[in-house]
Design a protein around this ligand. Structure first.
Ligand code: CDP
Ligand code: MG
Length: 133
């Protein structure tokens, strides 16, 4: 079993899609093993996305991620990291495959409804960023 880290982003919460997104995870066999609703501080958003700090979208991304509450999730499944990334679809909802979470609930490349760890190492780092052991 593999744990991954997910965020339901502010645009999805504004559209009342928390339940639909978590249901898609559960229906795909990803078990919710930790969850909390939280409004990120600018410091948390910037720290979480530090790898993107030099990118042109960074300031806008941190503003978006602090614009309302998010739901922080630890999901667990066989091959959980890849399973959740596939279920979310491509970063840009316009390019995401039909039936994926970002296609269904994404509003733009920035407000793309969900986050998912890219690697197992990233998942471990991201879980530790927001959750105690
Ligand atoms: O989230 P993912 O791993 O698919 O993409 P990323 O390249 O790691 O980018 C992190 C987040 O930055 C994305 O999920 C988008 O919210 C945002 N982003 C953006 O606003 N504009 C871009 N051109 C690329 C990413
Ligand atoms: Mg990423």
């Amino acid at each position: 079993m593999e744990k991954t880290f997910a965020i339901v982003k502010p645009n999805a919460i504004k559209k009342s899609c928390i339940g639909k997104i978590i249901a898609m995870a559960e229906d795909a066999g990803l078990k919710v093993v930790a969850a909390k609703m939280h409004t990120l501080s600018t410091k948390e958003a910037a720290g979480f996305y530090a790898e993107h700090s030099a990118r042109p979208f960074f300031a806008s991304l941190t503003t978006f991620m602090t614009s309302g509450p998010v739901v922080l999730l630890v999901l667990e499944a066989d091959n959980g990291v890849e399973k959740w990334r596939k279920l979310m679809g491509a970063t840009d909802p316009a390019k995401a495959a039909p039936g994926t979470i970002r296609k269904l609930y994404g509003d733009s490349i920035e407000a793309n409804s969900t986050h998912g760890s890219e690697t197992l190492a990233a998942a471990q780092r991201e879980i530790a960023f927001f959750f105690d052991k």
